[in-house]
Design a protein around this ligand. Structure first.
Ligand code: ADP
Ligand code: MG
Length: 974
């Protein structure tokens, strides 16, 4: 089972589950390659967990851009990465045949929009919506995109047009520091937080060269001029003039070194944005000359001094509040810097003018201290807001092209992201309302893109069940009754109403809305709106006042009296304007509230966006401390929620978040076919989406079709098996669709498939284990038998060898013995022949021609008996001579010892005793006692054979025969 975000399992299950999950993850996406996945929609399955892990892996690998379908997710590196924005890289993306095939990058988005414009395919105009939390990198991204277009949209053929394009580009780029100086401030979240929304329209001519641009701003946070949260700062420009002004300018603007201003908190913090010179140069490039600049800064200095005006409580309601002592100087300085008469200025702040009655009679009423402060703040806000708008108009006039000179545009929307603070008011309501609108636009676009993908895959699927944020929008802006209409009504009726009354009114009138909530624990009157990015509690106190944004007409009239050239421009004596300002007083004409103005401009913006092809860049801050190399999952997750990525994931989940190519699907789930054969042999249930699966025989996947169909046929059986008893599983369709190249399925189906796979694998494992055990047993048995056989064979071989050796030895002995016997016989006969020749004249018969008579046989036996005598004598120690020798010979010859004189034993040499032993022909042997055989007794039977010196020795040393090799024996025997 797939784990949910932050889901943990425990014990051994966790181990097993983990490895299974890793295996599945490897199959679906490959954990090791997670950082290489440059599209979040390709992570499998598309869940928050995998999306987060993918982003984290990429951030760790310094890959800050990731696609998410039609959105680009940009992680803030919080460190300089110059190579990521080099002109060379811009050109690379511009020159690439398919920039979307390169790594995801804002330049890829930029180039895509540019090519879309070039293609002239409707809608030709493009828009890039950059959103994200404060500090996430929206302004940075917009700036980089502008630089990109300045490079790529400036290749004109003629020198003249080249110069124009260059000038426009330079002006567009120069508008950034000016707008950031006047519209950005240091907040808790971002040192350079844009406190306004901005839509820049880059205008292109028919040759797609930039000819001009236009800037539209939304909802400047003008309250920041007079009121800053602790640890936050006012707009950068105030600090720039205080820190960067020259000595003369300081004198001129009454800004002495070290002067303190209540509207200038935390001046000691020096930021890189506090660069006065850069702002001045940019203004100069935009056509704002030095005197005008000085004029602007003088007015701003006047506002700073205005902030130091404090009133004391009046003792009497009829009396106006008096200035605090140290404020007297400030009002004088402020009046002189704003070129206003001092007394009317003070009077306007202290006294309210009321027109009443049919004749519009004028009444004057001293203000309370709080009212005086409000009027002072209102004056400053009014001046600053007009100044900002004027700057935007100046920028526009310097960069805007003649309407005839451009045909297409690329819009860049740098919009504030979804905001939720402990205390939220009208500003947050407007910002979140804008985000809801943009989210609806995004979801519509995303759904369209999703449906297109399904259509390409041949799937007929519509998100009819998907609920977008229309209910929330109805609550905020719906007709006839909504939060906006109720707040506007309060302004229109101009009736005194408390915050609690407004809360009750909202809750009672809009009680039916599913997106309206109430915090029972809250002590302050409030209501909760459940936005797509989460619930936000809005306090009703001051809501109506802020919505009215009342500008007392006497303040405008006062400013119109100013002699300052800039203020004269900002507050002209225009009868039209006069009539516009009047109604905010007591006139019954429709009130132009902040909400209604904002709503109108939002409608206008959305109209523009609807007429363009949108591209989305979601900037994400990996941590709120602005630290490089730190990725905090919780913070990223909340931003993914706020920028609607989570929503798109849910949309994706409403469809088929799992998409597996046919090949991979077959490879992994082919074994499920076994399950089918086992569970329902012969049954062939219909394919889950036979109606939808279409394959072209020419497609690569065509060969997979039979396998794929087989697997898909197993699915109904799988779902049936998984269904609880009594659950009509058959009624529910199998949530799998087979596209042209991919199989689409839900998470639950993937789980089922995995379960089925695990089941088959388990069965296979059991089968393999059984087979293996059987095989091992058989093998052991065979080995045992073979060992017995080998042992028997070796034993028999050894025995045979032994016998062969013994046999050879015996043969050798026998043969040698026979040889020796023949030779001895031959020698004896030779000896006898010599003697006979003297005594008997007889022709010797050939050997063997005569049979030995009985007497001769006994003689042969005597010879044999005498043989040891030869041996004894031959081996006798030296010195056996004389009588000893005779004794031996007698013993051997078995002669009677009685009368030694009757026998004369003589050796051959001595010519005494046995004289010869003769072998007669045909085996007959004659024994001649006169001749002794002794002279031959020591003759070796085989005198010349190698180391064997004599047969006697062979016999004596026969124990060593065992060591003689068979070959030796054969040689011996030969
Ligand atoms: P936002 O406009 O969303 O409030 P910014 O664009 O002002 O945020 O970015 C805040 C800060 O983050 C910048 O001042 C810059 O230091 C850093 N930053 C943002 N994007 C990048 C980037 N791509 N590379 C380096 N630093 C960046
Ligand atoms: Mg910004």
């Amino acid at each position: 089972m797939l784990q949910q975000v932050n889901g943990h399992s425990s014990g051994s299950d966790a181990q097993g589950g983990k490895s299974l999950r890793e295996d599945l993850q490897e199959f679906l996406g490959g954990e090791a390659l997670l950082h290489e996945l440059d599209d979040l929609t390709k992570v499998n399955p598309v869940t928050l967990e995998t999306v987060l892990r993918c982003l984290q892996a990429r951030y760790a690998a310094d890959m800050f851009y990731t696609s998410a379908g039609c959105t680009l997710v940009a992680l803030n590196p919080f460190k300089p990465v110059p190579q990521l924005y080099s002109p060379a890289l811009m050109r690379e993306y511009h020159a690439a045949p398919q920039p979307q095939k390169l790594r995801p990058h804002i330049f890829a988005v930029g180039e895509q929009t540019y090519r879309n414009v070039q293609s002239l395919i409707e809608p030709v105009n493009q828009s890039i919506i950059v959103s994200g939390e404060s500090g996430a990198g929206k302004t940075w991204t917009s700036r980089c995109l502008m630089k990109f277009y300045a490079v790529v949209a400036a290749s004109p053929t003629s020198l003249e047009s080249h110069k124009i394009a260059e000038r426009i580009e330079q002006r567009i780029l120069n508008s950034n520091p000016v707008m950031e100086a006047f519209g950005n401030a240091c907040t808790l979240r971002n040192n350079n937080s844009s406190r306004f929304g901005k839509f820049i329209q880059l205008q292109l001519n028919s040759a797609q060269q930039m000819t001009g641009a236009a800037v539209q701003t939304y909802l400047l946070e003008k309250t920041r001029v007079t009121c800053q949260a602790s640890s936050e700062r006012n707009f950068h420009i105030f600090y720039q003039i205080c820190k960067g002004a020259s000595v003369d300018e300081r004198l001129q603007w009454h800004l002495p070194e070290g002067a303190s201003f209540s509207w200038l908190p935390n001046p000691e913090r020096t930021l890189e944005e506090d660069c006065f010179q850069v702002t001045r140069e940019a203004m100069l490039h935009l056509g704002i000359d030095i005197p005008t600049q000085n004029n602007i800064f003088q007015v701003l200095a006047g506002l700073l001094h205005l902030g130091n005006i404090w009133f004391a409580d009046s003792k009497d309601e009829a009396q106006s509040c008096q200035l605090m002592d140290d404020a007297k100087c400030s009002i004088r300085t402020s009046a002189s810097l704003l070129q206003l008469p001092e007394d009317p200025l003070l009077e306007t702040l202290q006294i309210r003018t009321i027109r009443a009655g049919r004749q519009q009679q004028v009444f004057q009423k001293p203000c309370s201290r709080a009212e005086c402060d409000t009027r002072r703040d209102c004056l400053a806000k009014l001046v600053y807001a007009r100044l900002f708008d004027w700057l935007v108009s100046v920028i526009n006039s310097s960069i805007c092209a003649d309407p005839d000179s451009w045909t297409t545009f690329i819009g860049l929307l740098d919009v504030y992201g979804f905001e939720s603070f402990p205390s939220n008011s009208l500003e947050q309501l407007c910002i979140n309302y804008a985000n809801e609108k943009l989210q609806q636009h995004f979801v519509a676009h995303y759904l369209r893109a999703q449906q297109e993908e399904y259509a390409v895959e041949g799937l007929d699927w519509s998100f009819v069940n998907y609920q977008d944020n229309q209910a929330c929008l109805d609550l905020i802006e719906g007709s006839p009754i909504s939060i906006c209409s109720l707040i506007n009504e309060e302004c229109r009726l101009n009736r005194p109403s408390s915050a609690a009354q407004l809360q009750t009114r909202i809750e009672s009138t809009l009680a039916g809305s599913p997106c309206l909530g109430h915090n029972k624990l809250s002590r302050e009157p409030s209501f909760i709106v459940v936005h797509y990015a989460g619930p936000v509690q809005y306090h009703t106190a001051g809501l109506v006042e802020k919505n009215k944004d009342p500008v007392p007409p006497e303040l405008t009239r006062l400013l119109q009296q100013s002699q300052d050239p800039l203020l004269k421009v900002l507050f002209p004596m225009d009868p039209e304007e006069k009539s516009q300002e009047e109604p905010s007083g007591q006139s019954r004409a429709p009130v132009l509230t902040v909400v209604s103005k904002f709503k109108a401009s939002l409608e206008q913006l959305l109209q523009v966006l609807h007429s363009t092809t949108p591209h989305y860049i979601r900037c994400i801050k990996p941590n709120s401390q602005g630290q490089a190399h730190t990725f905090l999952q919780e913070e990223v997750l909340s931003q993914l929620e706020a920028c609607g990525l989570v929503e798109t994931i849910h949309i994706s989940a409403a469809g088929f978040p799992i998409r597996i190519p046919h090949q991979n699907f077959v490879e992994r789930y082919e074994l499920l076919r076994r399950l089918c054969t086992r569970t329902s042999p012969g049954s062939h249930s219909p394919s889950p989406d036979e109606g939808h699966s279409e394959w072209s025989p020419h497609t690569k996947g065509a060969t997979l079709q039979p396998l794929l169909q087989d697997i898909l046929h197993t699915l109904p059986a799988l779902t049936q098996a998984a269904a609880t008893p009594g659950d009509p599983a058959e009624a529910t369709p199998v949530p799998v669709h087979c596209g042209r190249t991919k199989v689409f399925m839900t998470d639950s189906m993937l789980e089922l498939l995995e379960c089925g796979r695990a089941q088959v694998l388990e069965q296979c494992a059991c089968c393999i284990q059984g087979s293996w055990r059987r095989h091992r047993h058989r093998k052991q048995e065979r080995q045992r038998q073979a060992a017995t056989l080998i042992q028997a064979a070796i034993r028999s071989w050894l025995a045979r060898k032994h016998i062969q050796r013994m046999h050879a030895a015996a043969t050798a002995i026998k043969r040698t013995w026979q040889k020796w016997r023949i030779r001895m016989a031959f020698l004896a006969s030779k000896e006898l022949d010599g003697v006979q020749e003297k005594h008997v004249s007889q022709v010797p018969l050939p050997l063997g021609s005569l049979l030995l008579p009985q007497a001769q046989t006994s003689l042969l036996e005597a010879i044999i008996r005498l043989w040891p005598l030869g041996l004894v004598l031959a081996n006798a120690a030296v010195g056996v001579r004389g009588f000893q020798r005779k004794l031996v010979v007698w013993a051997c010859l078995q002669l009677p010892m009685g009368n030694p004189s009757s026998y004369a034993v003589q050796t051959a040499q001595e010519q005494a005793g046995v004289t010869s032993i003769r072998a007669l022909p045909q085996g007959s042997i004659k024994f001649h006692c006169r001749k002794s055989p002794l002279p031959y007794a020591d003759i070796c039977p085989e005198p010349s054979l190698h180391s064997v010196t004599g047969f006697n020795q062979i016999l004596l040393e026969r124990h060593s025969l065992g060591h003689v090799s068979y070959s030796d024996l054969t040689r011996l025997s030969n």
